[in-house]
Ligand binder design. Structure first.
Ligand SMILES: [Zn+2]
Length: 493
């Protein structure tokens, strides 16, 4: 069947693509859930949304991880990419496409891109300090005790070889102007200032290839020079367009990128330079459209410490979902983490949130209201007359807050506004005591609150929203409420 294409504006949103040398951790779940909330919200606004994620598979660390396990690199990346793909179901994500950078469509696109950007590419001999953890050359001032601060256990290699370079210096002035004027918007402002001050310190051309030997013959070849492999970041960044069909200039690429109304990259603060400097410069060089905005979230820590395998504090999103459910994790990530600062996970904090906001908060409220409202079954309702203006006002305030907060990607505050509405509903029940004297207007007003809470929650907790909506049916102005099981059962920790 052919579905008609929505007529709204286009809205492209991507996450960064993670390395697949390890299992997905909670930090990436955060990014996926944030992107999913935006994608679902934009679809509800009528936009034609394309939500992209994927995996970055051409890194040297995949080769090293495979060597350690004694399996082939292909086997390792395929196995781990499947785990990332399975997050779609586990976290109830609505992405439209998942690109692996070992796929033919990406290889073809990355090679085409190189040729199109060729005027800014030249070869020279280079010596530098390389962190395999970051897949990036460092300067001595980046290092702490001669080690990468992000990877204190990884060796820093002193490397000298002939590489291809990209003339980033050609774009210094243009990039500064684009970012300063918000034509390329970096959100939040603190990250914008960080990028601007980095640019003003003076940009340098950067190396965009490795010898085939040092890359262990893994990655995407430089077109026309079989001795060199593209630097993993250079190929990885092009995933945003190769997935859309840049290689063959597909309809999709022209619709969502070149002719797109809005292009958003959602990223973590650690990869800001790549997305706000390298990638726009690459696109300028290739004569392609730039992203509209780059939204930058903080990191997740666990018990106040950076998440790391060596500290043994890696939180497995699959484990959290198994214990508490998909929407509980989505809720925690959106509600407890300020999107623009670092957030901290502990099982205790998670359990407290679950108990207070989900099992009690919304779970209790919905169950309480719908139990009482079953008495309305078969009653004719006048939508205009049967809603108490006080609760109608609370609904309107929550709707306004949601629009304003989501425009600024303040997921935590949008949810707080929805929980304020739930609080208003709870106070109303306590005050009106409809169990003593059932009153059509009181009960229907409360059902209206529940119904609106479900609608507002749709981008955040799609499963819960649907469960609630299913409990309230309408037919010819007559209501039928059929209360379902607890939304968030109590869980002993
Ligand atoms: Zn590093």
């Amino acid at each position: 069947m052919c579905r008609p294409r929505p007529m709204g504006k286009t809205f492209f949103i991507s996450t960064a693509i993670p390395y697949v040398n390890a299992k997905p951790h909670l930090g990436f779940a955060l990014e996926l859930v944030q992107a999913d909330i935006i994608a679902r919200y934009r679809r509800l606004q009528g936009d034609d949304v394309f939500f992209l994620t994927g995996t970055d598979e051409n890194a040297l660390k995949n080769v090293l991880a495979a060597e350690q396990e004694g399996i082939s690199t292909e086997e390792l990346v395929t196995r781990n990419a499947e785990m990332f793909k399975s997050l779609k179901k586990t976290l109830d994500l609505s992405w439209d496409d998942f690109v692996r950078t070992t796929e033919p469509r990406h290889r073809a696109g990355a090679q085409k891109f190189w040729l199109v950007a060729k005027k800014d590419i030249y070869k020279k001999s280079y010596r530098g300090l390389y962190c395999v953890g970051c897949e990036e050359f460092k300067t001595s001032k980046d290092l702490v005790n001669e080690h990468c601060p992000e990877h204190p256990n990884a060796p820093i290699e002193d490397i000298e070889e002939e590489n291809y370079f990209f003339r980033l210096t050609n774009y210094q002035k243009t990039l500064e102007e684009l970012i300063e004027s918000d034509r390329l918007r970096v959100v939040p402002e603190t990250r914008k200032n960080e990028v601007l001050s980095f640019i003003r310190e003076g940009l340098q051309d950067f190396s965009i290839s490795r010898s085939r030997e040092r890359a262990k013959n893994w990655g995407i070849l430089v077109p026309g020079d079989e001795t060199q492999i593209q630097y993993v970041w250079f190929d990885a960044l092009t995933n945003y367009i190769t997935a859309l069909g840049y290689a063959e200039n597909s309809d999709r690429f022209r619709r969502f990128w070149e002719g797109g109304s809005s292009i958003t990259h959602l990223i973590g603060k650690g990869v800001l330079r790549f997305h706000a400097i390298y990638w726009p410069a690459m696109l300028l060089s290739a004569g392609l459209k730039l992203p509209t905005q780059i939204v930058v979230h903080g990191y997740l820590t666990v018990g106040g410490q950076k998440i790391s395998k060596s500290l043994g504090n890696v939180i497995d999103p699959f484990e959290v979902v198994e214990k508490y459910g998909t929407d509980a994790l989505r809720y925690w990530l959106a509600r407890d983490v300020n999107p623009f600062e670092d957030g901290d996970f502990t099982w205790e904090k998670f359990a407290e949130r679950y108990e207070a906001d989900l099992a009690n908060g919304i779970g209790n409220f919905v169950s309480r209201v719908l139990t009482l409202a079953e008495r309305l079954n078969g009653t004719r309702i006048d939508f205009e007359k049967d809603v108490d203006p006080m609760l109608a006002g609370a609904v309107a305030r929550a709707q306004e807050a949601m629009t304003a907060k989501l425009a600024g990607y303040r997921f935590h505050e949008a949810l707080a506004a929805i929980w304020e509405l739930i609080g208003a509903g709870d106070r109303y029940v306590n005050e009106k005591k409809p169990w003593a004297v059932p009153d059509k207007k009181v009960l229907f007003s409360l059902v209206t609150v529940v119904d609106n809470v479900a609608a507002l929650l749709l981008p955040f907790l799609p499963g819960t929203s649907e469960k609630i909506t299913k409990q309230i049916a309408w037919s010819d102005h007559t209501i039928t409420v059929s209360r379902g099981p607890a939304l968030f059962p109590r869980i002993s920790s």
